[in-house]
Write a protein that binds this ligand. Structure first.
Ligand code: PLP
Length: 427
């Protein structure tokens, strides 16, 4: 029996479902999750010693590949100074300055430990600032697992066919209105009828939790206009897209200025760090300055800050994003070509170091279209690639990630395996 099977059997005794985050289980694709022991660059190795090319990248953070030398050195240095102090540190100022420089809509920023905390805190701040309660979110966008955001919330829930989590009180859910992504008309109608109640609209400007779905520029611009017009705050949840699609995030690509931005994943460089920030006038409502309470024992943890800061510095190397984008395009265009050659209905999209694979003829624009992709084909493709040593996300509702260490040789090897996988789908 494989070591992965043994470990999974053992894990299920003391850990619900054997995993500490549901998306790690192979529930939608079937089979046994791999227990990973170590990683380097674009690869990781499982408990049986089998090597995989990693297209999950810890679900986004590992944009530099695993164990980047400069990040490792920064963490090693921080490690010798102490793990946590519960006091302010100079490195927290440095990373705050770096974030404000790279994402100009952020004038002030607060560090937290997870993306969930970032969005949850941003919402509380938006409600405290506007003195309104209603939140608008979009179907298929995931913003972490806070109660008010766990409604029609993308990948993890979608993989299990549940629109909304149990355990969310009706009295909380009633303040969240869920609209269709990229639906301009529905958005305008909603603002026309309840605009004065809306505290904030939270959106993934480039959605990555229902596979990859681009926000249409007209949709996001309209959103900005309507929020300004009605006194609601626009929150860009860039926990995934931040530093992933471009150095300045999706807001730089679309040239749209949100009121608040949530960051995570890459800003911790693989350690638990996330952040929310925005206009100074809004951020001034946070404790200890203002009446909106928010706190964290390990917020701004020295090891996480060291990893994050070193990562942000590496991303500013000349042509980093051009190179990342070129490598990602080599993968997605190669896959599209291979699938076409095999006569499959298949399409791809990519932005920066993020990509979508769709078993349908054209990239989807909303959740309903994602749900129409051929799931059987996806599952067969996933398992064929996994067996060949290429680890894609175990769900058709996830985006994929390329790191700067996924070079031409790694990608070409992936394409060779994919050709075999695609032709097997036709048998
Ligand atoms: C991952 C993610 C989150 C949640 O972050 P956690 O660190 O898992 O809590 C929130 N929003 C988006 C867009 C994400 O991709």
């Amino acid at each position: 029996m494989s070591r992965n099977h043994e470990l999974f059997a053992r894990a299920q005794k003391t850990i619900p479902g054997g995993v500490n985050s549901p998306v790690r289980a192979f529930r939608s694709v079937g089979g046994t999750p791999c227990f990973i022991k170590r990683a380097l660059g674009p690869h990781f190795w499982d408990a049986d010693g089998k090597r995989y090319v990693d297209y999950i990248g810890s679900w986004g953070p590992m944009i530099l590949g695993h164990l980047d030398a400069q990040v490792l050195a920064a963490v090693e240095t921080a490690l010798t100074h102490g793990f946590s102090f519960g006091t302010p540190t100079e490195a927290e100022i440095e990373i705050a300055e770096e974030i404000c420089k790279l994402v100009p809509s952020i004038e002030q920023v607060r560090l937290v430990c997870s993306g969930t905390e970032a969005t949850m805190s941003a919402l509380r701040l938006a409600r405290g600032f506007t003195k309104r309660q209603r939140i608008i979110k979009f179907e298929g966008c995931y913003h972490g697992h806070a109660d008010s955001l766990l409604i029609k919330a993308g990948s993890g829930l979608l993989s299990f066919g549940q629109p909304t989590s149990a355990g969310v009180p009706d009295t909380v859910a009633q303040h969240t209105t869920v609209l269709e992504y990229n639906n301009l008309e529905q958005l305008s109608e909603t603002f026309a009828s309840i605009g004065a109640e809306i505290a904030a609209v939270i959106v993934e400007p480039i959605a990555g939790n229902m596979n990859l779905v681009r926000g249409a520029p007209t949709f996001l611009q309209k959103l900005r206009e309507l929020c300004t017009q009605h006194g609601a705050l626009l929150i860009f949840d860039e926990v995934m897209s931040g530093f992933r699609v471009a150095l300045g995030g999706a807001q730089a690509l679309y040239n749209i200025t949100p009121d608040l931005t949530c960051l995570g994943k890459i800003i911790g460089g693989g350690m638990p760090a996330a952040a929310f920030g925005g206009r100074r006038e809004i951020m001034a409502h946070l404790a200890p300055l203002g009446a909106v309470y928010q706190a964290g024992t390990l917020a701004g943890n020295p090891l996480a800050v060291a990893a994050g800061l070193a990562t942000l510095k590496r991303l500013q190397a000349p042509n980093f994003y051009e190179q990342l984008q070129t490598q990602t395009a080599r993968l997605t265009e190669g896959l599209a070509q291979a699938a076409r050659a095999a006569g499959l209905a298949f399409s791809t999209d990519h932005i920066g170091g993020m990509f979508g694979l769709y078993f349908t003829a054209r990239p989807p624009t909303c959740l309903a279209e994602v749900a129409n992709c051929n799931l059987e084909h996806f599952n067969a493709f996933f398992h064929h690639m996994l067996a060949a040593g290429f680890y894609f996300a175990p769900s058709a509702y996830e985006a994929g990630f390329v790191s700067i260490t996924h070079d031409a040789a790694v990608i070409d090897a992936t394409l060779t395996a994919a050709r075999a996988a695609f032709s097997a789908l036709n048998d």
